[in-house]
Design a protein around this ligand. Structure first.
Ligand code: GLU
Length: 307
């Protein structure tokens, strides 16, 4: 498909999905997230050739939340390789993102890196790899999207820190099994900061191009992950990227991707493009309702997915 065809598809889907506004619910478990304008809706597509399509609020920054788990996992996978899978599994959890239930049965080894427990373990390892983890995370994200203005939204980070008791509980529980090595307060501080990163759809679509390009950043041809690591990360997104709605996302959309409770979703079509959607109203599983609707229409219209 030519870029002009993609542009027409995105314009049409944008107007078709707009009437869904008002049918979801903005995340309110963190006060700073509850203040977001529910009417925001943006879509961005980035092709591996470097073309950009930006529709609606595609250039407005929002809280990426759990999408950050892909970046921290990529950083740790790059350094630790397969060893990380001694501390975190690779099976969908079928439970909500912040559930404690499975951890007891599974002896403090989280099901996968994209539920909160798994992401906390990944960030714990990252803190051992990098002496200044918050700076390192920001540097990595800035590098992959080619935008040095990416920042931590301190207000969101503070708000999260004040409402992070469940994450603290997860971390302490895993620490009791020896699967968290750092001080829990320090870990939760880094974790809340990574969730507070503010990016636009255009930034996010650019940031996922190295995954669409099998580990190589097309902007400068730097290999960030081996081909095998990129495959593994894609497989984890395709099976675990959407909380307890991951199966339905695979069924409806058919792309590897990751959502966050800020209402963002990023997905990619290997070898071709990445696409980010933002609409803060969530469905009951915590995924952007209009985001999934948009992506389902997108893969249907372009008649392409990973399946
Ligand atoms: N900061 C959120 C939390 O840990 C992330 C939630 C999400 O996007 O899934 O509670």
């Amino acid at each position: 498909m030519t870029i002009e065809n993609y542009r027409k598809v995105i314009e049409r889907i944008y107007s078709e999905v707009l009437p869904y506004q008002g049918t979801g619910k903005v995340a309110d478990y963190i006060p700073a997230l509850a203040e977001v304008d529910p009417g925001r809706f943006g879509i961005a597509v980035e092709t591996l050739e470097g073309d950009t399509i930006a529709q609606g609020d595609a250039e407005i920054c929002f809280s990426i939340q759990s999408i950050s788990k892909v970046f921290t996992f990529a950083m740790v996978l790059r350094h630790m390789g397969e060893d990380i899978f001694k501390s975190v599994g690779r099976e969908p959890s079928g439970n909500p993102f912040n559930s404690l239930i499975q951890l007891e049965h599974e002896k403090g080894i989280p099901r996968n890196p994209f539920i909160n427990a798994g992401a906390l373990v990944v960030t714990d390892r990252l803190m051992e790899l990098y002496p200044r983890p918050k700076e390192a995370i920001l540097d990595f994200v800035r590098e992959v999207c080619g935008n040095d203005d990416i920042y931590y939204d301190r207000r969101v980070a503070q708000s999260e820190l004040m409402h992070a008791d469940r994450n603290r509980a997860l971390a302490y529980f895993m620490k009791s099994f020896g699967n968290i090595r750092n001080d829990v307060e320090a870990l939760v501080d880094v974790y809340c900061h990574q969730c507070s990163i503010a990016m636009s759809c255009v930034d996010l679509a650019r940031a996922f191009r190295f995954l669409a390009n099998r580990g190589v950043n097309p902007a400068d041809n730097e290999r960030l992950l081996t081909e095998s690591q990129a495959k593994r990360l894609g497989a984890l997104m395709a099976t675990c990227g959407f909380y307890d709605e991951s199966g339905d996302f695979a069924f409806r959309v058919g792309l590897p991707g990751k959502s966050g409770v800020g209402g963002g979703i990023v997905a990619y079509l290997p070898g071709k493009l990445s696409i980010a959607v933002w609409s803060p109203e969530l469905d009951p599983h915590g995924n952007s309702l209009m985001g999934i609707e948009t992506l389902e229409r997108f893969t249907t219209d372009i008649a392409s997915s990973i399946f």
